[in-house]
Write a protein that binds this ligand. Structure first.
Ligand SMILES: Cc1cc2nc3c(=O)[nH]c(=O)nc-3n(C[C@H](O)[C@H](O)[C@H](O)COP(=O)(O)O)c2cc1C
Length: 157
């Protein structure tokens, strides 16, 4: 059984796009590295199919998300939230975004080569495309409309 979180999602990350190691573009998978808002829980390490909203633009995008320590690159113990956006290659640095996790695709793996990682990531992206439905988009848009700022503004004291 899959345990669904609030709103029927597997999980949600709300945070700000920050600079990562800068490897993604060279791999063919440029990712937005999301620093979650303080005190926001970080979903378990895995690869996920999801949707990302840019509340300041009112746009919604299909994404494949890697949450983990990037073991293939021995990046250390820090957990990174890396979001590959299928239909957008803008620089998102400094933007506040909302990422809904729709399904879990697989465990994070320590690959023996960069080529193996890139091949697996390409399959993950195909899985996401096959997974996302109009119903997921409609649900995310409804949530965004109900809470347009989605944490971009602090409540008045
Ligand atoms: C779809 C996808 C799947 C990924 N799967 C793995 C994985 O299984 N193992 C791993 O070490 N890193 C994985 N990563 C993370 C990459 O290692 C990371 O995005 C890349 O090193 C770029 O990091 P940077 O944005 O900090 O430069 C994945 C990334 C994406 C987008």
């Amino acid at each position: 059984m899959t345990v669904q979180g609030a709103g029927g999602w597997l999980g949600k990350v709300v945070g700000t796009v920050v600079h990562g190691a800068g490897r993604g573009r060279g791999l063919g998978f440029p990712t937005a590295n999301v620093a979650p808002d303080p005190a926001a829980p970080v979903p378990p390490a895995a690869i996920y199919a999801g949707l990302m909203a840019r509340p300041t633009h009112g746009s919604l995008h299909p994404v494949t998300v890697s949450i983990g320590t990037n073991p293939t690159f021995c990046d250390g113990n820090e957990v990174h939230i890396e979001v590959y956006c299928h239909d957008l290659h803008d620089q998102l640095y400094g933007e506040h975004v909302v990422v809904w996790l729709v399904t879990r695709i697989r465990d994070t793996v320590r690959f023996g080569s960069v080529q193996a990682l890139v091949a697996a990531a390409a399959e993950d992206v195909e899985t996401t495309t096959a997974t996302l439905t109009e119903e997921h988009r409609a649900r995310a848009l409804a949530e965004l409309c109900a809470s347009p700022s989605h944490g971009t503004q602090q409540p008045a004291p």
